[in-house]
Write a protein that binds this ligand. Structure first.
Ligand SMILES: [Zn+2]
Length: 125
């Protein structure tokens, strides 16, 4: 699955696209390789701290990048990020507001409403 990931880069501090190329995740602005954060705990934490504070969408990107950089199972990776956020007093939204299941549910909901409205008007003729 291809997804567009955005992050505030720890090197150039721009909010930029993160490009996935083979084994690396690179900042589209300065070419910084996010995978190098795996060997630099302090830089990793500073990057997480900055991005977790930017908003819910950035939290989703941090969760994803943390997992791919450290190559951890999703559950362990998420638990570590959440624990880190809690330690630093960052309140995260509970559950993922952008989970595919919720988006599908909303889309189906909209279609059901539109269908009901169409039936209602069709029945009045
Ligand atoms: Zn950069």
């Amino acid at each position: 699955m291809h997804t567009s990931i955005y992050s505030r880069c720890p090197s150039c501090h721009q909010d930029g696209l993160v490009q996935h190329m083979q084994a690396s995740y690179r900042c589209a602005v300065c070419n910084f390789d996010y995978v190098t954060l795996a060997n630099n705990d302090a830089a990793m934490k500073a990057w997480m701290l900055e991005n977790l504070r930017l908003g819910p969408m950035n939290v989703v990107f941090v969760l994803h990048l943390h997992q791919v950089i450290l190559q951890l199972p999703a559950q362990e990776s998420n638990a570590r990020v959440l624990a880190f956020a809690t330690q630093n007093g960052i309140r995260l939204p509970t559950g993922s507001p952008f989970s595919p299941l919720k988006i599908v549910a909303v889309v189906i909901g909209v279609f059901v409403v539109l269908f009901a409205v169409a039936l209602f008007f069709a029945a009045r003729r």
